[in-house]
Design a protein around this ligand. Sequence first.
Ligand code: SF4
Ligand code: SF4
Length: 471
Amino acid sequence: MKTGGYLCTGCGIGERLDTKSLESVAVREGRIAFCKTHDFLCSQAGVDMIKADMAAEGDDKVSKAVIMACSRRAKTESFNFGAVPTARVNLREGVIWIRPEGSEHDETTQEMAADYIRMGCAEVKAMQQADASGEQGKNNHIMVVGGGITGMTAALEASKAGYYASIIEKSERLGGVMGQLKQRQPEHSPFQNPQDTGVAALIAAVEADDKITVYLNSTIAKTAGAPGRFEVDIASSVGAGTHAEFGAIVQATGFTPYDANKLPEFSYGKSPNVVTQLELEALARAAGDGPIKRADGKVVENVVFVQCAGQRSTKEGHLSYCSGHCCATSIKQAMYFKDSNPEIETTVLFDDIRTPGAGGENFYRSAQDKFVTFRKGKVSTVDVKGNELQVNFKDLILDEDAHMGADLVVLATGMLPNSGTDIDTMKDKDASGEVKVSVESILNLNYRQGPDMPQLVNGFTDSHFICFPYE
Ligand code: SF4
Ligand code: SF4
């Protein structure tokens, strides 16, 4: 039983370092049994050489290994020797890639490599295969918070992979925001027309799946424990709550639409003919296969879409980020009108058109083919003129002020994530001057460091937080 060292001379290591000297450092100072070199250690031949040493019998058997090659993040499959403790010494990224070239640096570069090898040899001595704690079995049950398209997809994929899933949905139905849409943007080539949302089929699949349990009208009262052993109290607004244990949590709690009442300059709330994209979906669903009508029953003949409404803006109360979906949503909604009647005037006033994801560009071109008008302009105000609207904007191509009439204006407002705490916006302080974090939490974590995950930037939450309960 001994410790073997394996030094790779590939990827330029052999050219930059004196590998004979490093072998000697490993054996004499690192006190390992031997150090072999190979010019391509991650190749099949290199890995087989190591495995043969590990498979040897008696005193020749290598029971621990030191791989002196590239970063421990690289070639993890090649250098996975199961139960054999293996240290990785990073001579490539950690030494030769970061050290300047030139003979005046050779000595310090060599010293650095030797130090790393000494550390790797010391590390492997302390390494041992961890014993299973025996305290718990593997918990194959996943809690999915949120019954929208993301939550349902996560639960179905978990089930396909052999896991059990429980969907916790706050409302009385599955479907989420996607369930409120008439259609969605296309997922498949040629990406030219809106398509069915697929929500009904997903709900049917979830309900037919024996491995998925759905809790409607339910929220999380308390989450304790840690990954692998979460203990969750599920509260119900219509009956008794329940307690369950889960191995993992998927938070798929979606978003809240930005409050368009914060945009009085666009006459939202002043005229029922200024609507958000989600409100237009309701009008489109109500219309069915017929023409889309305004709240007063008038058939829409001239619609203007205002992009980036309250978004990508540094103005107080606006969202600084791009929500990513609303350009494609406006394109899709413009097609609702054009597909029902090509004579309807549909204008999209945009600063930038952003259609990320597969087929976004094709979808945009398809709208142009249907004679949707795209005009590069920044909208300043929307005025109410009797039953009609006037959209005032700066034409960014002509660099001049312009305006146009409309009988319906659709605001492309953004999304606010339903998760995490935006600590940067917390302003309340207690007597000691510390920021008070008051959160309407979704997971209600029973953690010392707070009931919810902090947001990193632009609404993205730091899920690492949940791995370290410090209870
Ligand atoms: S990738 Fe790593 S193991 Fe493979 S040749 Fe390069 S340094 Fe050696
Ligand atoms: S997706 Fe389009 S409308 Fe939405 S914020 Fe981004 S650029 Fe603006």
